[in-house]
Each structure stands twice: as C-alpha cells, then as structure tokens.
Design a protein around this ligand. Structure first.
Ligand SMILES: NC(=O)c1ccc[n+]([C@@H]2O[C@H](COP(=O)([O-])OP(=O)(O)OC[C@H]3O[C@@H](n4cnc5c(N)ncnc54)[C@H](OP(=O)(O)O)[C@@H]3O)[C@@H](O)[C@H]2O)c1
Length: 287
C-alpha cells in the first residue's frame, strides 16, 4: 500500500489525519476537500478516484449538520448514503481497503448498557438514518468495507462542543446545558491515530473488516463535560443543568449514546486514552 486518499481534509478528523501524515513517510497521502471530490455528486466519484488511483480510501467527509439534515434530506443522503456506497464499490473494484466513519446516532438512544458492534440499528433522527443506510449499502457493495462508529467528536480544528462552550462561557454569564444525555467524547486526534494504526495493520496483512467502535475512555453528560471544560480553562460563567425536554432541537437526540470499544482495542492492541486527558491536551493546544 502506498497512496492513501483521504476525503474531508478540512473536517475535524480529516485535518487531524493531515497532522499525522508526516509520521507515516511510507505512505503518500492525497487529501481532498469538496472542491476536488464533491460527495453531493456521487456519479462524479468514479472518474476522479480512479484518476487518483489510490491504494486505500479513508472517507472522513460526511454531512454532519444533524439538525439541518431534517430539512436537507436529499443532500444528506447523497453525501452519507449514495457516495459512501459508491466509494465502497470503487474500493471493491480496485481491491483496496475502504475505511469510512459512522455514528452513535445509528442506535435507539434508550439503552442502558454500551452499544456493541452487533447491537441492532434504530436511528432516531434523519442524520442517523443516513449513516445507518450508508453503512448497510457500503457493506452490501463491498463486504470488506471497514466502518468505524464514533461519538461526540472534538478537536482544535473545526466546529465542536469544546470550542463552542469556551466561546459561550467567555461571552455569557449563564449557560444551560443538558444533563440527561450520556456519551463518550472523542478527540479526533486519538481517532486519527487509531485509524492510522488500522491502516498499518491492514498493510501488514491483518484481516480487518466490518464494524468497529472508537470513542475515548469514560462516559459523561454534556453538562459534566461542559463543567470539565470550564474547570480546565478556568472560566467563571454560571453553568446550569437542564433536561433535553427544555432544549428542543429539530432532530431528536439520544439519551444514551455510550459505545463499547472492546473490539477495536483487542484487534489493534491499543489503549484508548480517557476523554478527560485528551480534553486537557486539546485545550492546551488551543491556548
Ligand atoms: N462530529 C461528531 O461529533 C461526530 C460524531 C459521530 C460521528 N461522526 C462521524 O465522524 C466522521 C468525521 O466527522 P468530523 O467530526 O470530522 O466531521 P466534520 O468536522 O463536520 O467534517 C466533515 C467534512 O465533510 C466535508 N463535506 C461535507 N459535505 C461534503 C461534500 N458534499 N463533499 C465533500 N466533502 C464534504 C466537510 O467539508 P467543508 O469543510 O467544506 O464543510 C467537512 O470538511 C463523519 O463520518 C461523521 O459523520 C462525527
């Protein structure tokens, strides 16, 4: 394996992969954004990808605007379903690895124990249903497809909860944050690390395919997460805990989103950092 095509170069995960590229001199990375590879146009992908002639595809691009997806259904489907299916099929034809990412939002949100990679899918919003359909169609088009589901992604780059909360706590005296949704925050840098370990394992002939979960160790609520950000940064804003019913959004949110990551830890022999340690690392970089 030599040439790795990465989509979504300007997203949180795509950008973190870009930061790691120099640590993997054995690979030539081709980072693309929507100006090169537009996932809203699945029919254009064949020609462009075959022209790049990659030896592996890592698809980090996605339609990730969870609330907007409820009203931009066709666009969300083109990016998260048709284009993912198309890339899986291209990878199958070229006999190359295809890694794509999915979400905790493919699950019901009302479990009480962590979701394993075998848990049945029952998305509760349109974004989640596009990611679930993308998973199913990619695996049907290419049984070697690798899907890594993740949750609550943050990074120094792009838009995310950590950066929004720091901004809000600096601008406002009072902040209301939901305390009845539970999940595992994920530092995009840690996920990028694990993804590259997966590429190296594939390159070494390890049999890896199907569904994996990756999220940082530990679980929390948005409220506790916000309080942790506040204490690390040292801000004095008053943070109140509220319930989901008091914070209506166009797309429903899962109450319980905790992913079980045993499979990826065992198969890649990795230790996943605790979210609080990765949060400190991210905030230190931001400042
Ligand atoms: N963010 C989370 O909390 C979260 C949670 C669970 C799962 N995930 C999944 O994890 C993966 C990585 O997420 P992320 O946080 O890195 O997402 P992100 O920061 O929102 O980045 C997504 C990237 O996709 C690109 N994109 C959107 N539409 C496109 C199109 N039509 N053509 C080409 N590129 C397009 C965006 O381009 P622009 O920069 O030009 O807009 C952006 O760079 C995704 O599969 C996502 O669904 C994310």
């Amino acid at each position: 394996m030599r040439k790795i095509l990465v989509t979504g170069a300007n997203g949180q995960l795509g950008w973190e992969l870009g930061q790691l590229a120099a640590s993997y001199p054995q690979y030539e990375f081709v980072f693309t954004d929507r100006s090169v590879l537009d996932l809203s146009k699945p029919d254009t992908l064949d020609a462009i990808i075959n022209n790049i002639a990659p030896d592996a595809i890592i698809n980090t691009a996605a339609y990730t605007a969870v609330d907007k997806a409820e009203s931009e259904k066709e666009l969300a489907q083109a990016v998260n379903v048709q284009s993912v299916e198309k890339m899986a099929a291209i990878a199958h034809q070229r006999k190359i690895p295809f890694i794509t990412f999915s979400t905790d939002y493919v699950f019901t949100g009302n479990a009480t124990t962590p979701y394993t990679t075998d848990t049945a899918l029952a998305p509760l919003n349109f974004y989640g249903s596009t990611k679930a359909d993308g998973e199913r169609l990619a695996i049907a088009a290419n049984p070697n497809t690798i899907i890594i589901r993740t949750s609550w992604v943050f990074s120094t780059h792009g838009n995310n909860f950590v950066k929004s909360m720091i901004r809000f706590m600096k601008e406002r005296d009072v902040l209301n944050i939901v305390s009845d949704q539970k999940g595992r925050p994920t530092y995009a840098k840690d996920l990028a690390d694990a993804t590259m370990k997966m590429i190296v394992a594939l390159d070494n002939g390890q049999a890896i395919k199907g569904i994996y979960h990756y999220a940082n160790k530990g679980e929390t609520t948005w409220y506790e997460y916000c309080k942790k950000i506040q204490s690390i940064v040292g801000l004095t804003c008053q943070v109140n805990s509220i319930l989901t019913v008091d914070f209506p959004t166009p797309a429903k949110r899962p109450g319980y989103s905790v992913l079980d990551t045993d499979k990826i830890e065992k198969e890649l022999s990795i230790t996943i950092p605790h979210w609080e340690n990765s949060l400190v690392e991210c905030i230190n970089k931001l400042s």
